[in-house]
Write a protein that binds this ligand. Structure first.
Ligand code: ARG
Length: 457
């Protein structure tokens, strides 16, 4: 059934119908569409615009449609233009003329704005739950790896030693911020567009506050033109999703490096890696690579919607139908990636011995050797130069600072004593770093305590 045949004298060209139709993708929010319609007629009856009997007949009809879609008895086919027409025409088939009253005081413009908001709000909740699961996994790994030493890098060059707990803590912070963004968006978007009509409200005495409260909104949207043409919340959500992907992608990049033959910091579980059709020895990090790869797709969705919206005059324009496929794709992609990433991380083995051996090489304790001199009264800039000379000696002999004889230290500065070896041991280097946010045990235990409290809230 068409919702708008009256003023037309010719059938729609088939290609036009296909091009215009959105049912193939907007069926994804059939449940939200029905939920919105039930709230709408409940409000209409409260306002005396429908009788209670009419309301009940419509609600029964809508519920039976939902049940039948869910049981598979009713298939959403391509003959309707969109999910709104599909539901309305099936309602009229089932309950007769009273079904024709459903759309009183409503337009598809405020209807679709509502459906997409309800859908997005649900998606925010699901994405958040997946982030929480990932944070729990991260926290568990952190608690287990407070003493797992590893090199920290800058420019992908070994810089200073950290612990695995500390490294994972960086991602914990990122995913916490992601949750914060989702919460902000949910709070800002939580207003109900229903009642805005096509663009200019309606002449019926609608109670928009009531409809909003029935649907769990904080209240109705303001200006009716903005209500039907606002897609900011979706752009914000896509931006938050893009940021989640950026975080996952950086983590994946590290896991790919760590899993390489050169690093051997981790070993992926067999159930989360794949083989090669030609090279029998291979065990590839395809899941991490795919997550990194899919990041581009989610960025694309954000960019695409920004471009779609940039030239639109007020209020509704059909261009806005383009918000759906790309948003659905991005939402599903991020949920899938979060779930797979959590599985990959929780089954992965960390090779503590290799990590620690790597931290011992590469002069990650050079800063601490300079700090030793500073603690004995040498100005930092001079200390930096002296340790530079010591590093050069070590490079020539292919040894670590820990293995350089004391005479060589003393030849560079008489200030060095036998306690230098203790001062630059890996353990000292890490454990002395106890400023807030640093990798030393004391700081990490504090951080973990805060993270635990945060997750328990
Ligand atoms: N499928 C449309 C969309 O997604 C529904 C709104 C249609 N409104 C209209 N005036 N043609 O935007």
């Amino acid at each position: 059934m068409k919702l708008w045949g009256g003023r037309f004298t010719k059938e729609t060209n088939q290609l036009v119908h296909n091009f215009n139709a959105s049912i193939s993708f907007d069926q994804k929010f059939y449940a939200q569409d029905i939920r919105g319609s039930i709230a709408h007629v409940t409000m209409l009856a409260k306002q005396g615009i429908l009788t209670e009997a009419e309301r009940d007949a419509i609600i029964d009809g809508l519920s039976s449609i939902q049940n039948d879609i869910e049981s598979g008895a009713l298939i959403i086919d391509g003959s309707s233009e969109d999910i709104h027409s599909f539901v309305e025409s099936h309602l009229i088939d089932r309950i007769g003329d009273v079904g024709k009253k459903l759309h009183t005081g409503r337009s598809r413009n405020d209807q679709v704005a509502l459906d997409m908001k309800l859908y997005t709000r649900d998606e925010i909740g699901e994405t958040d739950a997946l982030l929480v699961k990932l944070l729990h996994t991260l926290l568990k790994l952190m608690e287990e790896n407070l003493d797992t030493y590893m090199p920290g890098f800058t420019h992908l060059q070994k810089a200073q030693p950290v612990t695995l707990a500390h490294h994972l803590g960086a991602y914990f912070e990122m995913f916490c911020r992601d949750r914060g963004r989702l919460a902000d968006i949910r709070r800002r978007m939580n207003t109900c567009p229903l009642g805005a009509g096509a663009l200019a409200g309606t002449t019926y005495p609608l109670d928009r506050d009531y409809t909003a409260s029935l649907l769990g909104f904080d209240g109705p949207t303001g200006n009716s033109m903005d209500s039907v043409s606002d897609r900011d919340y979706l752009i914000e959500f896509l931006s938050a999703l893009a940021t989640i992907m950026m975080h996952l992608s950086r983590f994946c990049e590290e896991i790919i490096l760590w899993n390489s033959n050169e690093y051997r910091f981790v070993e992926l579980d067999d159930s989360y890696s794949t083989g090669s059709s030609i090279m029998p020895q291979k065990k590839n990090p395809d899941i991490a690579e795919l997550i990194r790869g899919k990041t581009g797709r989610v960025y694309g969705a954000l960019q695409s919607l920004l471009v779609t919206m940039k030239g639109l005059p007020l209020a509704y324009n059909k261009d806005m139908q383009e918000d759906k496929e790309l948003s659905f794709d991005a939402m599903d992609t991020v949920k899938g990636c979060l779930a797979l990433f959590e599985g990959m991380l929780s089954t992965m083995k960390f090779n503590a011995t290799v990590m620690e051996a790597s931290a011992k090489k590469g002069f990650t304790n050079a800063t601490d050797a300079a700090d030793y001199l500073v603690n004995h009264g040498v100005p930092f800039r001079d200390a930096h130069g002296m340790v530079g000379q010591l590093v050069l000696m070590c490079i020539e002999r292919n040894i670590a600072l820990d293995d350089l004889p004391l005479e060589d230290y003393r030849a560079v500065s008489p200030v060095f004593g036998p306690d230098i070896y203790e001062a630059i041991s890996l353990k000292t280097c890490v454990e002395k770093r106890v400023t807030a946010g640093a990798p030393g045990r004391q700081s990490m235990e504090n951080a973990i305590r805060q993270y635990r409290t945060y997750l328990e809230q």
